[in-house]
Design a protein around this ligand. Structure first.
Ligand SMILES: [Zn+2]
Length: 233
């Protein structure tokens, strides 16, 4: 024991008589079974706190850490979740229109991976994230570098809503760098998008001068990486 103890006798809150040794800092008398429950509760609270912090740092917003099975059935994302669970953490493409719960499902699955398998995915809103990194609109320069490094090095990168952004040349270059680095490192990427891979390719190919070149290369890399594509309507 790394703390001082004191000998006390009295009655625990549960009504049990207690006589024994407790930590000197303890303010109330607790019988051994109650102390055990108390400790367990403290451990659970600590664990929940850690999980909350990790989920924050992974970029999983609170509302996506909850799964409403009835609502999921309504929009059909219950099947999407089952499919995602079967995909392990290979690179995948989740395409389809708005309102089918792509983001919620992908981020909820990310939360499951964190909770159950201690995998820390890095989840970003692709348009805002690309824009912020390119313009350095993060906390400071070191934060920009940290986020960039994380996008390259994390085990699983989730790019939510890819294709929404206007792909200017600097953003296209950044996106290319990240996809290319992840491809070389065998990192996985999950992409959610309103587009199918093919229609995003067409969109990228028709984007402006410089971006067009990168768009081409991005699609080439993605085609190699993505093991399954699922389009939900
Ligand atoms: Zn007790």
């Amino acid at each position: 024991m790394d703390f001082k103890t004191k000998h006390v006798s009295g009655v625990c809150e549960c009504g049990q008589k207690f006589s024994g040794v407790i930590p000197e800092f303890a303010k109330m008398i607790m019988c051994d079974p109650c102390a055990l429950v108390f400790q367990k509760k403290r451990d659970l609270e600590r664990m929940a706190g850690c999980l909350r912090e990790s989920a924050d740092s992974c970029g999983i917003p609170k509302k996506y850490r909850i799964w409403d099975e009835a609502k999921a059935k309504e929009v059909g994302s219950d099947k999407l979740l089952i499919w995602l669970r079967s995909q392990e953490i290979n690179s995948i493409w989740i395409g389809g229109t708005n309102g089918i719960g792509k983001t919620h499902t992908a981020l909820y699955r990310a939360f499951e991976l964190l909770h159950e398998e201690n995998i820390h995915p890095y989840c970003v809103r692709s348009s805002a994230w690309l824009r912020n990194i390119v313009t350095g609109r993060t906390k400071d320069r070191s934060d920009t570098e940290k986020q960039y490094k994380r996008a390259i090095e994390c085990k699983l990168l989730i790019m939510d809503d890819l294709g929404k952004e206007r792909l200017t040349e600097p953003r296209a270059e950044l996106l290319y760098d990240i996809i290319d680095e992840r491809d070389r490192r065998d990192g996985s990427v999950w992409i959610t998008s309103n587009f199918s891979g093919q229609s995003l390719a067409e969109r990228l190919n028709s984007s402006g001068e410089g971006a067009h070149e990168y768009g081409h290369a991005i699609i080439k890399r993605l085609k190699r990486m993505i093991t399954s594509e699922r389009i939900w309507r």
